[in-house]
Ligand binder design. Structure first.
Ligand code: SF4
Length: 250
């Protein structure tokens, strides 16, 4: 996403205020780049977004997001009412070179815990350790807030109408399910041709619609003139037939 937005900004036009994308692009790296580097607002869900809204998820006591957090002691309380205290910071680099800062919390004791099997797969002599990424949690909360807002939520929902049907049409209706070439450059070109064909179809349909409207407009003007004439004629003759005729056409 970042190289794509950079190309648009540098070679085509100013980025819009809202960057809308589906859950596949909902990563900490993308959120951070959109907010800090591009200075735009991301309207992007993330992989767990839908699941997190479910009752089952919210009521599962073993999901650490549902555990009570104590700000004063910087600790979480597990389902067995034991405390998980902050242990250390940890830094992780992903394969794209993005660095994440994590906070690690360890349970004071998981010894003889009656729900241990439901809570952790750690070895029996080890306490449960959880990791929290404050930066990512902040971006997720920010995203949830925007998606539940009337205005920004409506902008996000338009993505389904504007973007997805193009792929659906290409794959389901036009049976473009496989590339016939190999290699990134050739595949890019083939996809470019496919999208060009889609755009030409849209343009053709759009022009047909416009032509139809113009014709309809001309016809309706003509019909109105005839009806006006008939209406005047009817007033002269007092025939109810013309009233019916006019109501039918207007
Ligand atoms: S396994 Fe440890 S962290 Fe999990 S519920 Fe039991 S005591 Fe708490």
């Amino acid at each position: 996403m970042i190289p794509f937005l950079t190309t648009i900004k540098e070679s085509y036009f100013e980025l819009p205020n809202y960057i809308v994308a589906d859950a596949g692009y909902g990563s900490e790296e993308n959120y951070q780049a959109i907010l800090d580097d591009f200075e735009r607002t991301p309207l992007i869900t993330y992989t767990m977004y839908q699941k997190e809204q479910t009752k089952k998820y919210k009521q599962n006591p073993f999901i650490t997001n549902n555990w009570k957090y104590n700000e004063l002691t910087d600790s979480y309380t597990c389902p067995n009412n034991r405390e998980l205290h902050f242990r250390n910071y940890s830094t992780r680099n992903d394969k794209y070179g993005f660095t994440r800062q994590l906070k690690m919390y360890e349970c004071e004791s998981c010894l003889n815990c009656p729900v241990r099997a439901l809570c952790t797969r750690a070895k029996s002599n080890k306490n449960r350790v959880i990791q929290k990424n404050g930066n990512w949690e902040y971006f997720k909360a920010h995203g949830r807030e925007l998606l539940s807002d009337d205005v920004t939520g409506a902008i996000y929902r338009r993505r389904k109408i504007d973007v997805e049907p193009a792929f659906g049409n290409l794959k389901a209706n036009l049976s473009f399910n496989r590339f016939s070439v190999r290699g990134q450059e050739k595949v890019t070109q083939e996809l470019g041709f496919a999208f060009m064909a889609l755009n030409l179809r849209k343009l053709s349909k759009f022009r047909k619609d416009i032509d139809r409207k113009i014709r309809k407009n001309k016809n309706s003007k003509m019909i109105n003139l005839i009806l006006e004439f008939l209406f005047c004629f009817k007033r002269l003759l007092g025939q109810p037939l013309f009233v019916l005729f006019r109501n039918f056409y207007t």
